[in-house]
Design a protein around this ligand. Structure first.
Ligand SMILES: [Fe+2]
Length: 346
């Protein structure tokens, strides 16, 4: 068996491959690691056949839908998942055949209503049902502490204690554990009575995950994250460094139009000398009047360099084939002590 554990922050993804048939499954992939997963599959000479989410993630952006589109393979989730892009729903006691490997589905609700664990002969991918020294939280949408108690004590912890535990989160870089080690030392598993366990889970006072709203929105709908929009835009435009722009402005380069896509107030406060104001929100409305020559070289900037990347990509899509984004933004420009001008547009 080929087994790769891929960490992305505290999130863990798994690439599980059959070395006889070269088929593989990718479990809980995260959007920023797509190139890494594909590179690992190539390195091992395996082909990803299934994209599996152990549950609806509230704290990271799932890559299953994007990879399904690229690889033309199914997204697999538990029957209780509401995500519209799931191609294959599975239920307790069923198996996903990955070449000669068998991934057995254990329905373990609690962290979420659609949580499942995946059992291999010597190991259990526990999703967020059981973590190393912890459990998934039960205070986010569809969480249920009593259900988690049942899933842990009546399902997971009744399995062979020698099984290796590979969770979907591992914040302390411990890699993996075993069921018996968790039973003995995991503080959350010491409250074995249901009521005491539920009480404990209800009084953890955990802070909300950083990207909760965006993660639930995109993971449940299949929509794109802001980061995805940005990385797609980044792949469509070229960039100019701040120093290069400064030199060109000082050299009084003709033909280069510097476009400020921030709001008017920010422009009036300080802008790059010679820049023209065209706020991003008005780009499509005013582009024909303001930028009549589509062959002109246009350098776009904003505060941080993100909105300008989106704007430059939009301009390229509209036929401004020489639209370029500033590698940086007004904040970095001002920190660098580069020339600035106050006041309204000429
Ligand atoms: Fe989770």
């Amino acid at each position: 068996m080929i087994f790769e554990q891929i960490a992305s922050g505290g999130c863990q993804s798994y690439l599980v491959g059959c070395d006889e048939t070269c088929a593989a499954a990718l479990i809980d992939p995260e959007i920023s690691q797509i190139d890494r997963y594909l590179a690992l599959a190539s390195k091992h000479g395996i082909r990803i056949r299934f994209l599996i989410d152990t549950h609806t993630h509230a704290d990271h952006f799932s890559a299953t839908q994007e990879l399904a589109r690229r690889l033309e393979v199914p997204v697999v989730m538990h029957r209780q998942s509401r995500a519209p892009f799931v191609d294959m729903h599975v239920d307790d006691g069923e198996m996903i055949l990955v070449g000669d490997l068998r991934l057995r589905v254990l329905y373990t609700p609690g962290h979420t209503r659609d949580s499942m664990c995946l059992l291999l002969p010597d190991r259990l991918l526990t999703g967020d049902t059981l973590l190393i020294g912890g459990t998934g939280r039960t205070d986010l949408p569809t969480g249920d502490a009593a259900a988690l108690h049942d899933s842990l004590f009546n399902r997971v912890l009744k399995l062979d204690p020698k099984l290796l535990v590979y969770p979907a989160h591992d914040y302390k870089k411990q890699g993996h554990s075993t069921l018996e080690r968790e039973l003995a030392g995991n503080p959350r598993l010491q409250k074995r009575e249901r009521a005491a366990f539920v009480d404990m889970m209800g009084s953890l006072n955990l802070s909300m995950p950083t990207h909760l709203t965006e993660a639930l929105r995109t993971n449940m709908s299949g929509g794109k994250t802001v980061g995805q929009l940005l990385s797609e835009a980044t792949a469509k435009v070229s960039f100019m460094s701040m120093e290069e722009l400064k030199n060109r402005i000082e050299g009084d380069e003709r033909g280069l139009l510097v476009l400020d896509v921030r709001e008017r107030d920010a422009y009036v406060e300080a802008h790059i000398p010679g820049a023209k104001l065209l706020p991003r929100g008005q780009l499509e409305l005013r582009v024909n009047q303001e930028l009549p020559d589509p062959t002109r070289r246009v350098l776009v900037y904003c505060d941080l360099g993100k909105v300008s990347t989106l704007a430059a990509a939009t301009l390229r899509e509209m036929g401004y084939t020489r639209a370029v984004a500033l590698d940086g933004g007004m904040m970095a420009w001002s920190e660098a002590g580069y020339p600035m001008k106050e006041g309204a547009e000429p």
